[in-house]
Structure formats: structure tokens, C-alpha cells
Design a protein around this ligand. Structure first.
Ligand SMILES: [Cu+2]
Length: 474
């Protein structure tokens, strides 16, 4: 396998021999465009294109043997779940930024522009670049001032899962990170049929705000590729596929990412591909800050599986699970007088954006008392406080999922499905990838929770056809 292929013909020939003919031509990134006359042939790169659900890839063009990208730092809006739009800073239209997908051996030039209202610079996390390309303002280069530009150019000697980010700490916390994936010269073995990139981020958003509080140490919005569950697009794989998931984290917390149903091998870190003797078999990987992990598994267990952060508070949106104490109590409005902020006056649902308790503090429930003072809201009242949310009363919510004496049990409620209709937003987050999920599925996911659907070939083909019809990248 480890044969260097120096010609385009050889590369395509090899693809055909490997039975992988179709994809290379569909994807711009991996198909080497003709090199300019007199320019050494680029290493073609190997492997399937990396899928980056819910975000895009950065386009590029050749300039005399150099792959040229244009990357813009700018304010962006990002809808985490339907109806919740944050004001973030990102790159070229999104936070996280678009994927830069290249090949080992490439020479790349990034034409960088700063459309932020303050200086910035961009750091290539983990890449062995010349010192003056490292992107640390004031140390390796001048600040890039508003409307300023800077050209980064270097040759890629590594391969693996890397990323780029602002080297200004608070800008990072507003979203400024993106993946930088380098395919190897020599193919990884065994080959995978599906390769996904997932960027883990977190934001602290106070009630009624759209701008994250970057000073906070406590987070209430947890995202995968800039989306929170249930709006995170499921990963679609075919039964029998070998799958790689590349996890990247740039925030304040580590995230123990756990896969249901199948164990995986850790085959790579932010330091690139690891020798097989270093691979570790796990079902949970702690993705610490500034780390990347490549997880590979055989998708041999059909079904709908979760891939999620296992920190309980990271499985909710704005620190409010759709079940448990927050659905039962009233929320507390922000910026109010002491009686209200102490929980003495209730108003609005704790699940509403404007009355959500401040980052999980002061829910209005005493942990040592009975919760009777915060009695259940009526279903009508609750639904009125949740515009945009669909409720399914029938078939979803048996009338009594709690014990008759529940209020007498200290600690109650925690994860009870309560008296009101369970919330879901199935239709609001519907996509080809959610086709066929059980009704009400979206009411059970929040925060950093993603679905991995291991599908029989017929179902897989059906969803791929829907994706094609929707114009989605395969
Ligand atoms: Cu987490």
C-alpha cells in the first residue's frame, strides 16, 4: 500500500483499483487539479473526503503550485437550535469556521483578512510552520488591525487532525476556531469509508442575551459543529463501514465524548496519526482543551446510537433539561430586584429564553424542602412560554409518569417527565439525516449529543437519495 504515486493517472488508477472510483471526482478537495507546467506534482492525498456536518469547507484555487485560500475573521450569527441565534465571531461566515482540507506535502497560502472591530491573528494549532507564520500577535507577527490583511504561507509536513484559531483568548471563546485536516501521503490502514470532523465548543449566554459572556467559567450552551442538540445533524453510516470521527476541542472544559453501541480505537491525536502499538480501545475519550482525537470504529451494530459528551450539564440547552427541576419550577428573569432574583416571585417558564435561570443558579427550588411551592404549570401555560416548540400530547406522554406521592420525596424532581407534554422540535430540525427517527426523538436530546445512525444498506441508500435531492454533500 505504501507506494508513492507521483502522477495523476497513477492516483486515479489506484482509486479505481481500490473500488472507490466515484467519490474522488465528486469532491473538489481530493481530486488534484492539473498542476501548472513545470511545477512538481503534488502528493495527491489519500482517503475519503472528511464530512463536516452543519458547516462548510473553505474553497481554494491553484496559483502556480500553491493552494490558495481566502479566510475572513468576522462577526457571524449562528442558530444553535431553531429560534436561538447567537452573535458570535467566526471565520468566513460561520463559527466554527470552515474546514481547510488539504494534503500532506501541499504548499498552502492563506490570504487572511480581519473584518473584526479589533486586532487579531490566526494560529495554526500544532502545525510545524516557520516561526513568522505561527500567528502569535506581538511575538511572531504584528497585530492584524481592523480591515488589515496578512498572508500566511507554508508547506505541510504533517498529516492528521489539526485546527486553526485566533490567538486572542477571548476571541476564541466567541467561536474563532476551525478544522485544518491534512490527508496523509501514505494511506492510513485500515481505510475508512466515512470520515467526520466535529468541533466542540461552549458558550455562556445569560438570559435574554445573544452575545456569550466570554468571562464566564460556566457554560450553558454546548455545541458540536456550532449546533446544539437536537439541531446537530446525525452522522449517517452504512452497516459494515469503518468510520473515523475526528474530535477537536477549543473551550474551557474537557468533554468526555462517549459512543454507544460500539467501541472505538483511538488512532490519532492532535499530534497526528499514532502507531498501531499506541492505539487504545475505548468507548469514551476525554477531549481536553486544545486536543484532537481520531476515533475509529467498525459500524457493525445497526441502530440509532448516541455520540455525546457525558458531563450531565453538557447534555442540556441553557442548563435546562427538558425534564427535571427546571421544567417544574419557574424561571427567574435577569436584571431584576432582589425579591424576584431570590425566587420569591415566579414568572415564565424556566425553559424560556428570557426566564431561564442564570446559568443554572437560583432555580427557585430549595434542595432541602419539598418542591410544592413551585407547583407545576399548566400545559397551556408552559406551551405559551415556549414559542416555536411543538408538543405531542398523544402517544408521547402517559398521564402519570410520576408517583402519586412524588412531591413527598425529597430530591424530586430530577428527571421526571412531568405533567406537561414533553417538548420536541422534530419538524423544526427535520433533515434527510433525521428521516425515519421515532416521533418525538428531538425532545430527548440537548447540548453536545449527536446521533450516529448505523443503517442497513437499503435505509442508507434512501437517506443518501434524500440528501442528494436536498443538495447536500454526500
Ligand atoms: Cu462536555
Amino acid at each position: 500500500m505504501a507506494i508513492q504515486l507521483k502522477t495523476r493517472r497513477g492516483f486515479l488508477g489506484r482509486l479505481a483499483a481500490a473500488g472507490a472510483g466515484g467519490w474522488a471526482l465528486k469532491q473538489g478537495v481530493l481530486t488534484p487539479p492539473p498542476a501548472a507546467a513545470g511545477v512538481p506534482e503534488q502528493y495527491p492525498g489519500v482517503g475519503v473526503p472528511v464530512q463536516y456536518p452543519d458547516v462548510s469547507k473553505l474553497p481554494w484555487h491553484w496559483d502556480n503550485g500553491v493552494k490558495v485560500f481566502r479566510l475572513v475573521a468576522e462577526p457571524v450569527k449562528r442558530e444553535l437550535i431553531p429560534g436561538t441565534v447567537l452573535d458570535l465571531w467566526g471565520y468566513s461566515g460561520s463559527a466554527p469556521g470552515p474546514m481547510i482540507e488539504v494534503n500532506e506535502g501541499d504548499r498552502v497560502r492563506i490570504l487572511f483578512e480581519n473584518h473584526l472591530p479589533e486586532p487579531t491573528a490566526i494560529h495554526w494549532h500544532g502545525l510545524e510552520v516557520p516561526n513568522d507564520m505561527d500567528g502569535v500577535p506581538g511575538i511572531t507577527q504584528p497585530y492584524i488591525v481592523p480591515s488589515g490583511r496578512f498572508t500566511y504561507e507554508f508547506t505541510l509536513r504533517q498529516n492528521g487532525t489539526y485546527f486553526y484559531h485566533s490567538h486572542m483568548a477571548m476571541q476564541e471563546m466567541l467561536g474563532m476556531i476551525g478544522p485544518f485536516i491534512i490527508h496523509p501521503k501514505i494511506p492510513y490502514s485500515p481505510a475508512v469509508q466515512q470520515d467526520f470532523a466535529i468541533v466542540l465548543q461552549e458558550y455562556a449566554v445569560l438570559p435574554g442575551n445573544t452575545v456569550p459572556n466570554t468571562m464566564s467559567m460556566e457554560y450553558n450552551w454546548l455545541t458540536m459543529n456550532g449546533k446544539s442538540a437536537p439541531a446537530i445533524t446525525p452522522l449517517i453510516v452504512r452497516l459494515g463501514d469503518r468510520v473515523r470521527v475526528r474530535l477537536m476541542n477549543l473551550g474551557m472544559d474537557g468533554h468526555p465524548i462517549h459512543l454507544h453501541g460500539m467501541e472505538f480505537w483511538l488512532t490519532g491525536t492532535e499530534g497526528g496519526r499514532q502507531p498501531v502499538s499506541n492505539w487504545i480501545r475505548r468507548n469514551t475519550v476525554w477531549v481536553a482543551v486544545a486536543q484532537a482525537w481520531d476515533c475509529e470504529f467498525a459500524a457493525d451494530n445497526p441502530g440509532v446510537w448516541l455520540l455525546h459528551c457525558h458531563l450531565p450539564h453538557h447534555m442540556m440547552n441553557h442548563m435546562a433539561s427538558t425534564v427535571g427541576p427546571m421544567t417544574r419550577g419557574y424561571g427567574l428573569p435577569a436584571n431584576v430586584g432582589m425579591p424576584t432574583s431570590m425566587g420569591m416571585i415566579g414568572g415564565g417558564s424556566a425553559l424560556s429564553r428570557h426566564y431561564g435561570a442564570s446559568l443554572g443558579r437560583g432555580t427557585g427550588l430549595e434542595t432541602y424542602g419539598t418542591p410544592e411551592a413551585n407547583g407545576p404549570q399548566s400545559p397551556a401555560e408552559r406551551m405559551a412560554a415556549m414559542p416555536g416548540m411543538a408538543a405531542r400530547k398523544q402517544g408521547m406522554q402517559p398521564p402519570s409518569t410520576i408517583a402519586p406521592n412524588a412531591n413527598q420525596v425529597r430530591g424530586f424532581p430530577q428527571d421526571a417527565y412531568m405533567e406537561s407534554p414533553r417538548m420536541n422540535m422534530d419538524s423544526a430540525v427535520a433533515s434527510p439525516e433525521t428521516h425515519g427517527l421515532p416521533p418525538g426523538w428531538s425532545g430527548f436530546l440537548g447540548g453536545m449529543e449527536m446521533l450516529v445512525r448505523v443503517l442497513h444498506p437499503k435505509e442508507y441508500d434512501e437517506i443518501q437519495e434524500l440528501r442528494r435531492q436536498a443538495g447536500r454533500e454526500e
